[in-house]
Design a protein around this ligand. Structure first.
Ligand SMILES: O=C(O)c1cc(=O)[nH]c(=O)n1[C@@H]1O[C@H](COP(=O)(O)O)[C@@H](O)[C@H]1O
Length: 277
């Protein structure tokens, strides 16, 4: 999916919601445990319930690979079930020396090789250019580079000041623009770091940002939208637990739809207010 196609979807659905499929077998409703593939069954019902309110889905790979071959099978079925018009993110946080990154890229982008073809994959930037470019070599695919993450430990390294008198995450935003453009690179900025969005937008005015951390982690959707929206929206805001575990009963899909719709309606307001006309 291209940047302009993604923006079109956002305008059509009046939403920049990404539903995180962090599907934890311990948390899914008990009645699904009798089905042949409970993780897929849960995802299928969540996707059906939320697809009119969401423009993207982000399965977090940890929740699948923990179950070995069976988990990968649930992931593949889930990916195939996501509607064509939704952007897909493999949240795998990969990155290694060049030849290894090339194989990680095949795992998520090359259907003939792995059976999976996502639109994008999350990548850790700290091994530098040659660890990221093998992902960028896949035409039409996106790399979502970790910049300023939502967790408390992000300050351990990402805020350190470098010899250029910049914080490390700012170096990531600046340097990586030499490797790819805003048609193939996005950045992760945690919703809990919304106060930094104004200065981040000065470095990456055109790029899409994947913003996790609203909902369960407490980030403010309003702040993120106010400081993060650019001329083509430029935001995918992820919510996982607050939507998919809105209920642990048989009404889980209905409750997920209710939560997703609530977020979508809020986003509609922010698009009206903050999207430049
Ligand atoms: O790359 C990510 O998606 C990510 C980056 C980050 O800084 N913080 C963060 O929470 N995430 C992911 O976003 C999701 C957040 O889930 P909830 O807190 O349940 O909405 C999880 O899958 C995290 O792994």
């Amino acid at each position: 999916m291209t940047k302009s196609q993604l923006f079109e979807q956002i305008l059509q659905k009046q939403s920049y919601l990404c539903v995180g499929l962090d599907t934890d077998i311990q948390k899914i409703p008990k009645h699904l445990l009798q089905t042949e593939d409970p993780i897929f069954e849960f995802n299928k019902q969540i996707i059906d319930a939320t697809k009119q309110f969401a423009v993207a889905y982000k399965p977090n790979i940890a929740f699948y690979e923990a179950f070995g071959a069976k988990g990968w099978e649930s992931l593949q079925k889930t990916l195939e079930y996501i509607p064509e018009d939704c952007f897909t993110i493999a949240d795998a946080k990969r990155g290694d020396i060049g030849n290894t990154s090339g194989l990680y890229a095949r795992a998520f982008f090359d259907k003939k090789s792995s059976g999976l073809e996502f639109d994008s994959v999350t990548v850790a930037p700290y091994m530098g250019e040659d660890s990221v470019t093998p992902f960028l070599d896949f035409e039409g695919k996106w790399v979502i580079l970790l910049a300023l993450t939502s967790n408390a430990g992000s300050k351990d390294f990402q805020n350190l000041v470098t010899t250029n008198e910049k914080q490390l995450f700012e170096e990531v935003l600046t340097k990586s623009q030499e490797w790819g453009n805003s048609e193939q690179l996005m950045y992760v900025v945690g919703a809990t770091k919304a106060d930094m969005l104004q200065s981040i937008r000065k470095i990456v005015p055109e790029h899409f940002l994947l913003v996790p951390g609203v909902g369960a982690q407490g980030g403010s959707l309003e702040e993120v939208s106010k400081y993060g929206i650019n001329s083509h929206c430029g935001l995918l805001v992820n919510s996982s637990r607050a939507i998919i575990y809105a209920s642990s009963g048989e009404d889980f899909a209905e409750k997920a739809a209710f939560e997703a719709k609530k977020v979508q309606l809020e986003m509609q307001q922010y698009l009206t207010t903050y999207l430049p006309h």
